[in-house]
Design a binder for this molecule. Structure first.
Ligand SMILES: Cc1cc2nc3c(=O)[nH]c(=O)nc-3n(C[C@H](O)[C@H](O)[C@H](O)COP(=O)(O)OP(=O)(O)OC[C@H]3O[C@@H](n4cnc5c(N)ncnc54)[C@H](O)[C@@H]3O)c2cc1C
Length: 390
């Protein structure tokens, strides 16, 4: 067995793990980062696209980051319902914006920056468990890319290993170690080769259900519509997909093109009951998941990591344990705000199966309350562009 030793062992080279290794290195703290996937797989998986302003400020400081050169700032969104569009002017309401910069581009930037900085980052290493959480020297057990056993010993172990987190399962147990909510709908997502159909994102509620018209680049677009969670993505023809999308955004003529990827994304909310046990911590999707409507998942992972990096710097460089002891409680405050925001956007914009006429009209009343009042628009703008970090 190969045995390695470092100060912080990080499981998962997603946005949370990579950013944490960067912030720790900046504070002079060594870490080893393990991920079961290959670099190519990590850099090509299509996921999040919307970055809050605070996320962009952090990522923009990383050497080589292309968030400002390739990412596009959006100063608002359109909220569409009852046949009308209403612009929510983020810049005018809260002086902030969001950036459209796909997660796989964020990951390309982070991987390149970490490797250039000499980070010990190992791809193809599958973590199987964590030992000694309550001791001063917890250990990670893994199998390396050649199938050999590996043990990584550290002062702190961080599970940044996504929603199926092995770190969470091996230290706390599975989903039972938290609060879980499933929604009765999912998103059918497509990537298509077409020019943008709108300048800004359109969040639309129609009588048939929700649709989101989003952009990726001048030639590739990402769009979603609400569907049954059990729908087989292969069961719809391209024509049916375009017809469904078009009917749900009646005020906009969509530019159609070849559909190059399709998937069905189930909605789940989860919050772990605790983010820390002894010297083991979980962050990002390992600690919480949100439905994608509020675009909070990756941003929340970044917010966790900013707080954790501060806490670990105090603990590991100044022997000040207070920020580390306060970490979980501080992180959970934002996590629950984001859970509420994501639930609110989701329930207001989607049509629940079997929804009564009363509830359908009540949801339109809620959308009108938001769109027609400056206080309502400001509430949405504040939550969407992100509360201050740290
Ligand atoms: C379709 C879709 C759209 C989304 N849209 C948005 C959006 O617009 N805005 C937003 O903010 N969020 C969005 N999200 C959510 C966002 O993608 C996640 O919240 C984000 O990826 C969480 O980052 P993370 O680093 O915590 O976890 P992950 O990105 O899941 O990274 C975890 C890493 O751990 C590795 N790993 C897992 N198990 C092991 C193991 N046993 N051993 C070693 N390595 C392991 C994985 O390979 C992975 O690389 C979206 C998600 C999806 C699926």
């Amino acid at each position: 067995m190969t045995v390695l030793r470092t100060r912080v062992a990080i499981v998962g080279a997603g946005p949370a793990g990579l950013l944490l290794s960067h912030l720790l290195a900046r504070a002079g703290i060594a870490s080893v980062l393990l991920d079961s996937r290959s670099r190519q797989e990590i850099e090509t998986t299509i996921r999040a696209g919307i970055l809050e302003q605070g996320t962009v400020e952090i990522l923009g400081e990383i050497p080589g980051s292309r968030v400002h050169s390739v990412g596009r700032r959006h100063d608002g969104i359109e909220l569409a319902f009852d046949g009308e569009g209403h612009r929510i002017d983020f810049a005018g309401l809260v002086g902030r914006g969001v950036w459209l910069y796909p997660q796989h581009e964020v990951l390309r930037d982070l991987v390149a920056a970490r490797l250039a900085d000499g980070q010990d980052l190992r791809f193809g290493v599958t973590v199987e468990g964590v030992e000694g959480a309550d001791t001063a020297a917890p250990g990670v057990l893994a199998t390396d890319a050649e199938g050999r056993p590996l043990r990584l010993e550290a002062e702190v172990v961080v599970g940044a290993d996504g929603s199926h987190s092995i770190v969470r399962r091996s230290v706390w147990g599975g989903h039972a170690a938290g609060m879980f909510r499933e929604y009765p709908y999912a998103w059918f997502g497509i990537l298509c080769e077409a020019p943008p159909s709108a300048e800004e994102l359109i969040y639309s509620r129609s009588a048939d259900g929700f649709a989101l018209i989003s952009q990726r680049s001048p030639t590739i677009q990402r769009m979603y519509f609400q569907c049954d969670p059990d729908l087989d993505p292969a069961s719809m023809s391209d024509a049916q997909i375009w017809d469904t999308l078009q009917r749900r955004v009646p005020g906009t003529t969509l530019h159609e093109g070849a559909i190059i990827q399709r998937d069905v994304l189930r909605f789940r909310s989860f919050v772990a009951s605790d983010l820390r046990r002894g010297r083991v911590v979980i962050v990002g999707d390992a600690a919480h998941t949100v439905p994608p409507t509020g675009a909070k998942g990756m941003n929340l992972a970044v917010a966790d990591v900013v707080l954790l990096a501060e806490a670990l710097e105090a603990s590991l460089t100044r022997a000040d344990e207070r920020p580390f002891d306060a970490f979980a409680e501080r992180a959970l405050r934002r996590i629950w705000k984001a859970q509420h925001f994501s639930w609110w956007m989701t329930s207001m914009l989607h049509v629940a199966p079997g929804q009564s006429e009363f509830d359908a009209r009540r949801a339109l009343g809620e959308l009108r309350t938001v769109a027609e009042s400056e206080a309502g628009r400001t509430y949405l703008a504040e939550g969407y562009t992100g509360w201050p970090l740290g």
